[in-house]
Design a protein around this ligand. Structure first.
Ligand SMILES: NC(=O)c1ccc[n+]([C@@H]2O[C@H](COP(=O)([O-])OP(=O)(O)OC[C@H]3O[C@@H](n4cnc5c(N)ncnc54)[C@H](O)[C@@H]3O)[C@@H](O)[C@H]2O)c1
Length: 442
């Protein structure tokens, strides 16, 4: 059965959620405060790169199931289910999450609510936020309306966002267990197709639902920093991290996924989420439980420094006057997201140490330029590598992992390639006379 629903905040999470809910057959209204974004979406264009999303958008707009607006009055009148998808960035100068956008959604929506509606929070928030928002909503809803707050955290991965939304590995819903709730019934209607496919559905209280997301992200961050810590020891001892990861990964209790040593994690989620989690633990008087996440964060940031050091070392101790080609600026492949991108961070540091840096990314050029205007950007991989003394592979796009020495032999000034993602096979590069180095590899 089709449900009339809204998606509040149409960034990476919300635009995908809106398009995919329409794809499931629902009548969807997407809302954002950014009028440019809404204009793009209305024209059927995702305001960012996400494989497959443009097609889902266009198909559902054409079918009349998906519209966009900047009006909260329209949103409140449209649906009884409202998915809250706004950003929860790190607060300036602090570890804690900035909840002003989440608060403003409730403040904008609640005064218009005349029916019995449910907000499904999907943003990643500190545990306890939903309960606070629930009180905020109750205080602002006019007589005759009700606005329940439930939490339905999102686990999509950029680059796979459409498939992750349509075929998630689980759905989690937290409801206010102290009151009567419509959220589960409504969620079962909205996600009927996904649930019919056998997707596990965990219904729990608000605090647990909020924590599932931060716990999952903390675990993933820890796994990456664990292997990067091992990479540091490999470097010190002459061992090979890629072989080590394969060997321990065969143990099913460990698993090989998310065990690639390299430049570490970045993006708009993991770094700020583990920091917000630490800050929240402090507020709850339980900071000791998460002190290990500080180390996870330290190991992660150290990977970027190690990459810069390796670049300087290979240049004989100084980067001044060196031409460095940077391949990849997005925080990971199949995305144009450069928020807290390790690649862009390394490119910037190498430039600050005196190198002339030319960067290329298949999709993230525009975002990179906006965030880091002082780097030189090339229109292609080939242009970036022309005359380079050193090539840094910093995001493992297929275009880069498919590179062969013969593609670059004639272009470069120095045959030096540093692999920040351990995504190249050193054997052919070394056989072709290149200096190859990877993080944690001999
Ligand atoms: N990006 C991901 O892969 C991902 C995955 C899971 C969870 N999350 C979480 O989802 C949330 C959103 O992340 P994102 O990456 O989509 O962020 P984003 O910055 O891409 O999108 C946020 C959007 O909210 C809009 N906005 C701000 N205030 C608003 C308001 N009052 N009303 C309506 N719109 C408003 C902004 O204009 C922007 O378009 C975060 O909490 C994030 O941690 C993100």
């Amino acid at each position: 059965m089709s449900v009339r629903l809204t998606v509040l905040g149409t960034g990476y999470l919300g635009a995908t959620h809106a398009a995919c809910m329409a794809e499931l057959g629902h009548d969807v209204l997407g809302v954002d405060v950014d009028a440019d974004k809404i204009a793009k979406l209305t024209a059927g264009q995702a305001p960012f790169y996400e494989p497959g999303l443009d097609e889902v958008l266009a198909r559902n707009i054409a079918a009349g199931r998906l519209r966009f607006t900047t009006s909260y009055a329209e949103a409140a009148a449209w649906g009884e289910a409202h998915f809250l998808c706004v950003g929860t960035p790190q607060r300036r100068g602090e570890n804690a999450a900035d909840l002003r956008y989440v608060d403003s959604v409730i403040d904008n929506l609640a005064p218009h609510v005349a029916n019995s509606a449910v907000v499904f929070g999907k943003s990643t928030v500190p545990v306890g936020t939903a309960a606070t928002l629930s009180g905020r909503a109750r205080a602002a809803v006019p007589a005759g309306g009700t606005l329940e707050v439930a939490w339905n955290p999102e686990f999509l991965r950029e680059g796979y966002a459409v498939q992750d939304t349509l075929r998630p590995d689980r759905l989690v819903l937290g409801t206010d267990t102290s009151r009567s709730s419509r959220a589960e019934e409504l969620a079962r209607e909205i996600y009927a197709d996904i649930l019919d496919a056998g997707t596990p559905f965990i219904v729990t209280d608000l605090a647990t639902a909020e924590m599932v997301k931060t716990a999952a992200n903390s675990f993933l961050a820890t796994k990456i920093s664990f292997i990067n810590a091992m990479a540091e020891i490999c470097e010190a001892s002459g061992a090979d991290i890629t072989v080590l990861a394969d060997a321990i990964g065969y143990d099913e209790r460990i698993g090989r996924r998310f065990l690639n040593a390299g430049l570490g994690f970045g993006g708009g989620c993991l770094p700020k989420d583990i920091r917000a989690f630490m800050a929240r633990a402090g507020e709850l008087g339980a900071s000791q439980a998460l002190t290990f996440l500080r180390e996870v964060d330290n190991v992660n940031m150290r990977a970027r420094i190690r990459m810069v050091e390796m670049t300087r070392e290979i240049s004989g101790g100084s980067l001044i006057g060196k031409r460095v080609a940077v391949l990849g600026t997005a925080f990971k492949p199949n995305s144009d997201d450069v928020r807290d991108s390790p690649a862009l961070n390394v490119a910037g540091q190498v430039q600050l140490q005196g190198a002339s840096v030319t960067a290329y990314d298949p999709k993230a050029m525009e975002n990179s330029r906006a965030l880091f205007p002082t780097l030189d950007y090339a229109a292609s991989l080939i242009e970036a590598c022309e005359g380079a003394d050193i090539i840094l592979v910093l995001t493992e796009w297929p275009e880069f992992t498919a590179l062969r020495p013969a593609d670059l032999d004639e272009l470069v000034r120095g045959k030096v390639i540093l692999d920040g993602r351990n995504c190249l096979d050193p054997v052919p590069w070394r056989a072709a006379g290149w200096v190859y180095r990877g993080l944690g590899r001999p």
